[in-house]
Design a protein around this ligand. Structure first.
Ligand SMILES: *Cc1c(COP(=O)(O)O)cnc(C)c1O
Length: 369
């Protein structure tokens, strides 16, 4: 059996360190925020080359407080992509604003910067580019449009810890960037956690209040805030894991390269990355019009895969009221029908990758004339 993701392999490789860090916090009895959170904020900001980081309890909370700190109001519009995890869009709605979708680039499957300008209206206040699958969005044209139109840019970097765009770390390009430490992400907590990075001290100050009931100091609530605090125990665990992240990312890149090489002359399309994009391969997503058949075949051979994402957000029943009909984002909808995520994690072995590739090639040989 080849799993899609193997968190046990990673846990076993650093078990003692994780357990020591967690036990230390348990004994300290300081559980919500605390010294580990503070230390992790500094270390993660450093990792991203940003001035500050505000730790919260999920990637979704990170997006929510980033939008609030940017003073997004009901009736404002926020431009983003529909080819993303639902949380990107949900956070815009939590802030009371209206998500406006722009279609993707056929190759990278990220938001197409060339289509953004046409979506800007006098109500537009922010853009949320999503570094999907760990591949950075083409940020230069997006930042230029944002500066020209006075828009805030919030990177959704929930899948892109450590990704690099033209030498710059994601998390240091937009006005703010949001990361998730959901267990399956490239840097995963043992539970829920997230963070916002920024080099704008005013925004950082607002977000520190918003995550903790909007309080300037205890019981002095100057903003309508939330309980979005990070657990001290999660921060302690994340500090241990952050030390390994560069090494884990290198292993993901090596795995992706091996997949790429083995899929030459095969019926599936390998992920297309821009020259400038240092992807961290949170997900290795191939494309084929025979996706459903291929997935079924791989499952029958005990190779587990995923689909990110089978239904674009604008076509989900929950978001029908946003008013996007089928066919309104053709490239997004085409991608949703064709993408298939293959097993991808640092501990995946070369022989496992070869086995996956051999099965995919066998499927191609049998189904494509
Ligand atoms: C995981 C993810 C989120 C949400 O993060 P949570 O920690 O699960 O709340 C948001 N956006 C994207 C693109 C994600 O992959």
């Amino acid at each position: 059996m080849i799993p899609f993701l193997d968190l046990k392999a990673q846990y076993n490789s650093i078990k003692t360190e994780i357990e020591e860090a967690a036990l230390k916090v348990l004994a300290s009895t300081q559980y919500s925020l605390g010294p580990e959170v503070k230390a992790f904020e500094g270390e993660f900001a450093g990792f991203c080359n940003s001035e500050e980081a505000i730790a919260v309890n999920s990637g979704t909370s990170a997006l929510h407080i980033a939008l609030l700190a940017a003073n997004i109001q009901p009736s404002d519009e926020v431009i983003t992509t529909s080819h993303t995890f639902v949380a990107t869009v949900a956070a815009i709605l939590y802030a009371g604003a209206k998500p406006v979708f722009v279609d993707i680039e056929e190759g990278s499957m990220n938001i197409d910067p060339k289509r953004v300008e046409a979506a800007i209206t006098e109500k537009t206040k922010a853009i949320i580019p999503v570094h999907l699958y760990g591949q950075p969005v083409d940020m230069d044209p997006i930042m230029a449009l944002a500066r020209k139109n006075n828009l805030v840019v919030i990177e959704d970097a929930c899948q892109a810890h450590g990704a690099v765009y033209k030498g710059k770390h994601v998390g240091s390009i937009g006005d703010m960037a949001c990361f998730s430490f959901y267990p399956g992400k490239n840097l995963g907590a043992c539970g829920e956690a997230g963070i916002v990075t920024t080099s704008n001290s005013k925004l950082a100050h607002s977000m520190r209040m918003l995550r903790d009931w909007g309080a300037e100091r205890k019981y002095h609530h100057v903003l309508k805030g939330y309980n979005y605090r990070m657990d001290n125990i999660q921060a302690a665990i994340l500090r241990v894991k952050l030390k390994y992240l560069k090494d884990w990312t290198e292993k993901r890149r090596k795995n992706a390269k091996l997949y790429d090489e083995n899929f030459k002359n095969c019926c599936v399309k390998v992920p297309k990355c821009h020259e400038f994009a240092g992807s961290v391969y949170h997900i290795y997503s191939i494309r084929t019009s025979l996706r459903d058949g291929l997935q079924k075949y791989l499952t029958s051979e005990n190779i587990h895969t995923g689909i990110h994402y089978p239904i674009p957000v604008h076509l989900l029943p929950a978001y029908a009221d946003l008013g996007y009909a089928k066919g309104s984002l053709p490239l997004t909808e085409k991608a949703a029908n064709e993408v298939l995520s293959l097993p991808m994690y640092p501990e995946l072995t070369e022989s496992m990758i070869i086995e996956v590739c051999d099965h995919v090639k066998r499927f191609c040989n049998e189904n494509v004339s």
